[in-house]
Design a protein around this ligand. Structure first.
Ligand code: HEM
Length: 437
């Protein structure tokens, strides 16, 4: 890791606009220009420290050094994440809420999600066969909304599917800084929270009884450290946290489809799928392609690190995308090589597409095992259970937009189903890799 002493400061009165304009490239390009993996800048009128790399991630995820309260910009809370949920909790309140989320991620429930998601994908494929052209992104958004709601115990009426999928997508698509997208995301969030608050109230009143192992039931009856139930709106936010992020997997599915198309030798290996290739492929898709750009936290107490003084309440941004491609941790970081995960040592801090550190103690994504499991099964399905053609289209993506996606969304034609889903799709997978910190 390169740390210049003294830590360089970006020469700009405020870099918020540069960040919005340059997107995923903003932090990596400043690190390059300033010759340091840590630098100071100003964002939204305040001093901020940006950093990247495994060592930076290790301190960023040290909860004695950093807190989340007040770190994430308000517009992101109002559109993407929601207020009062697990993301912005600290210390014991966070640990209690995180235990609630992880109690839903048992191996059995992960298997359930894989089965539910494959069921919805397979059903869609039967329709795709009748269509001239299919847009993979749009289809994945709907499949994951259906699967996520079913898994979470959230009743989704057939006539609501389009509206609810659109709302979830608007929330996810909002985070890149455009005021119009933030407004759209906030509007979608308030509709979803109203819907989910109604469901929570019905469960509490005994009018609707979802199975006891579902997020809907667990969250409705969850109690805070003070013994009280969650406020219904906060319960709605955390219920949304159990299926909204699954829909984000649609972005990775499209990037994976692009990789299959652009690297024919990779496609062939996926078809053969020996030595856990489809899982290595899913991991490399999460490492290589852009989705979550960065995470924000605030310094809890003054501390010294690498001769740099982190002052209490300073905003600190960890470059997640840049860490996944940091040359200290990855050989040929800008090449797509799934085999790099063959003997990977599972560092908790070098591979952080869904946050770093420990799933149980810190803020690392509660849905990471589920994401990898569903992606692995879907890539295997797309290469072994169907055939399709890829017509001419624009597969380029704009690194200055957050989130970004290949422009065409990945269009497919001549889709043919080869066989029914069989047991080998459900073969045992090492899903819950407890990260040792
Ligand atoms: C493409 C898929 C996904 C991506 C890219 C993603 C990314 C992330 C990121 C970057 C964080 C924040 C880490 C931090 O605060 O440092 C996070 C947290 C979280 N994610 Fe995901 N996620 C995905 C899928 C899921 C799924 C499928 C679920 C649940 C079913 C989920 C549930 C959560 C929850 C509950 C948190 C909050 C954890 C905490 O604050 O302790 N995510 N995710």
């Amino acid at each position: 890791m390169k740390v210049k002493s003294p830590v360089p400061r970006e020469k700009s009165l405020d870099s918020t606009l540069s960040l919005i304009k340059e997107g995923f490239n903003y932090i990596p390009s400043r690190r390059e220009q300033l010759g340091s993996d840590i630098f100071e800048t100003r964002l939204v009128g305040k001093k901020a420290v940006c950093m990247a790399g495994e060592e930076s991630a290790a301190i960023f995820y040290d909860e004695n050094k950093f807190k989340r309260k007040g770190a994430i910009p308000k517009p992101v809370m109002k559109s993407l994440l929601g207020e009062g949920g697990v993301h912005e909790q600290d210390d014991e309140a966070h640990r209690q809420r995180k235990r609630m989320h992880l109690s839903m991620m048992t191996p059995e429930r992960l298997e359930d999600m894989r089965r539910i998601a494959i069921k919805h994908l397979d059903k869609k494929v039967c329709q795709w066969e009748k269509e001239e052209r299919v847009n993979l992104f749009e289809e994945m958004v709907e499949i994951f909304t259906r699967a996520g709601c079913e898994w979470a115990g959230v009743p989704l009426k057939e006539k609501e599917v389009k509206q609810r999928s659109r709302e979830v997508l608007d929330m996810i698509d909002s985070f890149g800084g455009s005021p119009a997208r933030f407004r759209q995301g906030a509007k979608a969030r308030s509709k979803q929270e109203k819907w989910l608050t109604g469901i929570i109230k019905e469960i509490r009143a005994g009018k609707f009884v979802p199975p006891s192992y579902t997020p809907a039931c667990i969250i409705a009856h969850h109690r805070e450290p003070n013994g009280k139930r969650l406020d219904p709106q906060v319960a709605a936010v955390d219920l949304s946290n159990t299926f909204r992020p699954l829909v984000a997997t649609a972005y990775f599915m499209v990037f994976g489809a692009v990789a299959m198309h652009e690297y024919p030798q990779v496609h062939q290996k996926l078809k053969e799928d020996t030595d856990g290739y489809s899982k290595m492929f899913a991991q490399e898709v999460r490492r290589f392609y852009p989705f979550a750009p960065a995470m924000a936290a605030k310094v809890k107490q003054d501390f010294l690190w690498n001769d740099y003084k982190f002052k209490k309440n300073t905003l600190v941004i960890l470059d997640l995308f840049g860490t996944n491609r940091h040359p200290d941790s990855w050989e040929q970081p800008n090449q797509f090589i799934p085999e790099r995960f063959k003997n990977w040592k599972e560092s908790p801090f070098s591979f952080v597409p869904q946050g770093g550190g420990n799933h149980y103690m810190g803020h690392r994504c509660a849905g990471e095992w589920m994401t990898v499991m569903v992606m692995t099964a879907f890539f295997h399905y797309l290469t072994n259970y169907i055939t399709f053609d890829v017509p001419d289209q624009d597969l380029s993506y704009d690194m200055s937009r957050m989130p970004t996606l290949p422009k065409s969304g990945f269009e497919m034609t001549n889709i043919r189903k080869l066989k029914e889903p069989s047991d080998e799709l459900y073969k045992k997978m090492d899903t819950q890799t407890a990260i040792k910190v």
